[in-house]
Each structure stands twice: as C-alpha cells, then as structure tokens.
Design a protein around this ligand. Structure first.
Ligand code: NAP
Length: 328
C-alpha cells in the first residue's frame, strides 16, 4: 500500500458523511491534541490523504459540495465528489467503504467490471442486511459459475453502526469473520478498520455468529430508551414542568447514568456493576428512588424490555430467513 491512501465512500449518505466529516476534521488539524482526538493512532503510511465521495443524485452532489467543496482545492486531505462512475472510483481507491442501502449495494456489486479493481483491497460494508458471504457471492459468483477463476480477491469486512453515529456515539460492531481474500485480516487493514469506525463512536469486534443479536442491542436500544424517557418525564410535565425541560432532564440523566455504568466497568476491570450504580442513585434520593424502583419491579418493566428485544430479534430472524430464501 502506498503512503497516503485513497478512501472511496460509495454511497456517501448519512453514515458515509458522518465518517467523512470526522476524518477530514481530524486530518486537517495541524497537530491534533490526542486528548481531543477521537481516533486511535495510525501510521502516516496508512492514513488516507485522498477521499472520493460517491453518490447518485444531483441534490447529494450539491450537498457534498457545500459541505466538503473546499477540500477539493486542498492537497491534504483532498476530497473529490463523484456522481456515479463507481468502477472508476473503485479503481482509484485503496480502501472502499460501502455505505449504501442493501438493495443499492446488491445491484452495484454484481457489476462484473468491478471485480478486477477490487483485487487485494479492503472493502468495508455497513450494509446491515448484506452479510460478508452475500457480498462475496455478489462480487465473485458470476466468474465462478462461468468456469473462470479469480486471481486475487478483496478483503470484505462488515461493520454495523447504529443511529447514534450522527452524534459520534455509535456502538459499532465489526465482524471478526472476513470474507474474500482470506479469513484473517492483515494487521494494517485491521488498524485502518478500527481507525475509520472510531470516528463515529466505539468499535467492538464480534464473532459473526453473534453479530445479529449484538446489533439488535445497539440498533433497538435507542428506540426503547425513548419510551423510558417519555415515561420518566410524564409526571413532572403533569405537575407543570415544560415538556422540553422535562425531556432534557430525563435525557441528561440517561446520559449521566450511561457514563456512570461505563466508568464502573473501567474501575471493575471489565465487569459492570449495575447494582452499585442503582444503590448509589437510590441512596441519594431520600427514599423516593427505592419506592419508584419497587413500582418498576412490580410492573415487571425489566421483563417488558426483554420481551420488546425478543420480538425485535424474532422479526429480524424472520426477515433474514426470507432474505436467505431469495438468495437461494
Ligand atoms: N444510518 C444509520 O444509522 C445506519 C445504522 C446501521 C446500519 N446502516 C446501514 O448503512 C447503510 C447506509 O445507511 P445510510 O443511512 O447512510 O443510507 P443513506 O443515507 O440512504 O445513504 C445511501 C447513499 O447511497 C447513495 N447511493 C445509492 N446508490 C448508489 C450508487 N449506485 N452509487 C453511489 N452511491 C449510491 C445515495 O446517493 P443519493 O443520495 O444520491 O441517492 C445515498 O447518498 C445502509 O445499508 C444501512 O442499513 C445505517
């Protein structure tokens, strides 16, 4: 890989733009203060110096020009915007970040002219609905079915962010299973993968067999927490607090609780201590915390959350099943 790599973002919509924005901000700081730098250290040789953001519509081209146009004239980091021309873009890139919808990805990857330009490269996909094996099949199956051989494949890695990516608090999951060229990712590619996704939050590597269940936690939890926030704010609103004030306080308390839980994990060498956090909160609330917690226990709220997760996972399993049938 030559020094100063080229990263192509194929499908620079919500996720692609969030990642590109942080990477450009970090790279354009003359001497980033490591304390305020969200990204792990990466050698200069691997750091992208050039980005190609690829979209389809004129509206998206205009959006990207407004946001990143000034980087088109800078030599480092440099950004080019491409309307379509995916094969050409992939040919110029060292790393390809696929951040489009699964159906759009499926159409694009089955273009046989893409194959040779992907050889030996890192292909990162955020498509939750396309497994690495499905991506591999889309890229290479035609060639194999026609009796041809594929001299060098690309390394395909699946990374699943969640909706908090927009505020750089994604709990991104990355599959330990790599498809394509090899089943293990070369160390340089692994460092690049971690670096890229650290731009939008935390990165957790998972065995592929657990990716579905794990991604349901990070995917569904934000929706379910909003229900808890509504319930927590409701009584104070009924007693006269404005809705924005009540929701702000409830959301800030949720953020604070999450920080406490995470810091206890650090203190306890990887073990969470939810009871400790709860006891601390109850002790500081003069009895009303204990009373309220009892109400939640009697209403089996914990079981309701578990049931909500279970229903969500069941729906996902059914969809996966349907998806694999259509793939047969
Ligand atoms: N957003 C999330 O929080 C989230 C969380 C987890 C996983 N994901 C996954 O990440 C992927 C991207 O999500 P997103 O929300 O960022 O999607 P998005 O905002 O809809 O962005 C998709 C982008 O792909 C572009 N595109 C479509 N076809 C293309 C083609 N042939 N060549 C080049 N660009 C093309 C679109 O361009 P135009 O705008 O010009 O049409 C659009 O900008 C999805 O598979 C999603 O399941 C997203």
């Amino acid at each position: 890989m030559r020094g100063g790599t080229t990263l192509a973002i194929i499908g620079c919509g919500q996720i692609g733009t969030s990642i590109l924005e942080v990477l450009l901000t970090t790279l354009s700081q003359p001497c980033p203060n490591q304390q305020h730098n969200p990204l792990p250290i990466l050698s200069m040789k691997l750091k992208p110096s050039r980005f190609i953001a690829c979209v389809i519509s004129q509206d998206s081209v205009s959006r990207l020009r407004t946001k990143f146009g000034h980087f088109a004239r800078s030599s480092y980091p440099n950004v080019q915007i491409s309307q379509g021309r995916v094969v050409e873009v992939v040919q110029q890139a060292d790393i390809i970040l696929l951040t489009l919808q699964a159906s759009q990805g499926a159409d694009l990857l089955s273009d046989p002219s893409l194959r040779e330009h992907l050889a030996g490269k890192l292909l990162l996909s955020t498509c939750a609905d396309l497994s690495v094996q499905q991506i591999e099949q889309l890229i290479y199956n035609d060639a194999i079915e026609e009796g041809g051989t594929v001299s060098e494949r690309c390394f395909i890695v699946q990374a699943i962010p969640n909706t908090a990516a927009g505020v750089r608090q994604s709990a991104t999951l990355i599959s330990e299973t790599v498809a394509g060229a090899d089943t293990t990712l070369p160390p340089d590619f692994q460092s690049l993968t971690t670096w890229i996704f650290s731009s939008i939050g935390t990165v957790t590597y998972m065995p592929e067999s657990l990716m579905n269940s794990a991604s349901m936690i990070s995917g569904l939890a934000p929706a379910f927490y909003t229900v808890a926030l509504e319930g927590i704010a409701k009584e104070a609103i009924a007693r006269g607090l404005s809705e924005p004030d009540a929701l702000f306080l409830a959301a800030q308390a949720l953020k604070g609780t999450a920080e406490m839980v995470l810091s206890k994990k650090e203190e306890n060498k990887g073990l969470f201590a939810l009871d400790e956090v709860r006891d601390q909160a109850i002790a500081s609330s003069n009895g009303s915390g204990a009373r309220g917690t009892l109400v939640l226990r009697q209403a089996t709220v914990k079981d309701s959350f578990a049931e909500a997760m279970s229903q969500g996972m069941e729906k996902r399993d059914t969809e996966d099943c349907l998806l694999s049938v259509t793939w047969l």
